[in-house]
Design a protein around this ligand. Structure first.
Ligand SMILES: N[C@@H](CCC(=O)N[C@@H](CS)C(=O)NCC(=O)O)C(=O)O
Length: 245
């Protein structure tokens, strides 16, 4: 039976972290909102569950994964659920929680990326909070990108199995998510991230290695990979970008 991924159509957004894991594992899944309306798919099918008009648990926000009768919300939670089955997480429970801690740090980072263009209200347009966005993005570029990426670089450096992976000696879903963060930050802040390779060599090598994995490379070439755009989490607004000190 296929997994069902529910996420807003037209953007990579937070759904992309889950897609990358499903694609790497070549798992059968339906991207429900991208399917035909009227055949149990499309955004209306998601809204039925979101609005509590189905027999399933009602999630607060997408993405969520449906596996049979289970609805699993929140990116990190979905990945923790899928990880062992997809071969992208250790089987041992304690280690799975360590991995989840890393993914939750990515959740925090993603929330801060979102807040660079929506610092005041998620319900308002970017154009209605541009001044505040400038201040927020400036702080993000100056202090938060170095703090988050510096942290992940150090975790790679300290991995007793070597810096090829963020945890243990094999690929995990966190490696895939770090690839996505690296891609997204470079799209949103090309000036600020101009020298990532020099500053964060292990992260840069991880990004390159993930991009070359056969299933990921195939996915990136496919039309399932929607280009970044200004409706997603990682948005490129030149006025929010600047050179890093
Ligand atoms: N912690 C959740 C955040 C989910 C989330 O914020 N989803 C966004 C789309 S990317 C949304 O639709 N939010 C609606 C809202 O917050 O009202 C996760 O990591 O999945």
């Amino acid at each position: 039976m296929s997994y069902e991924l529910y996420y807003w159509d037209g953007i990579q957004g937070r759904g992309e972290f889950v897609r990358l894991a499903l694609e790497e594992a070549d798992a059968a899944y339906v991207d429900v909102c991208r399917g035909p309306v009227g055949k149990g798919q499309g955004t209306p099918a998601m809204m039925v569950i979101m609005d509590g008009k189905s027999d399933f648990n009602m999630p607060f926000a997408p993405p969520f994964l449906k596996d049979g009768s289970l609805i699993i919300p929140h990116v990190a939670n979905i990945l923790m659920y899928l990880g062992p089955t997809l071969g992208l997480a250790p089987k041992e429970e304690g280690q799975r929680h360590v991995l989840n801690g890393l993914q939750l740090t990515i959740t925090d980072l993603v929330a801060e990326v979102h807040d660079t263009h929506h610092p005041i209200a998620t319900s308002k347009y970017y154009k209605d909070q541009k001044e505040e966005a400038k201040a927020r993005a400036s702080e993000f570029v100056e202090n938060r990108i170095p703090k988050f990426l510096g942290y992940f670089e150090r975790v790679l450096q300290q991995n007793p199995h070597g810096p090829a992976h963020i945890f243990g000696d094999g690929l995990t879903y966190v490696d895939l998510s770090l690839f996505q963060v690296y891609e997204g930050l470079r799209y949103a802040f090309p000036r600020a991230t101009a020298h990532l390779d020099r500053r964060y060599p292990h992260l840069t090598a991880l990004h390159a290695a993930v991009m070359k994995r056969p299933n990921i490379a195939r996915y990136l070439r496919s039309d399932r990979r929607i280009p970044f755009n200004e409706d997603g989490i990682f948005r490129h607004y030149p006025e929010l970008d600047r050179d890093m000190a």
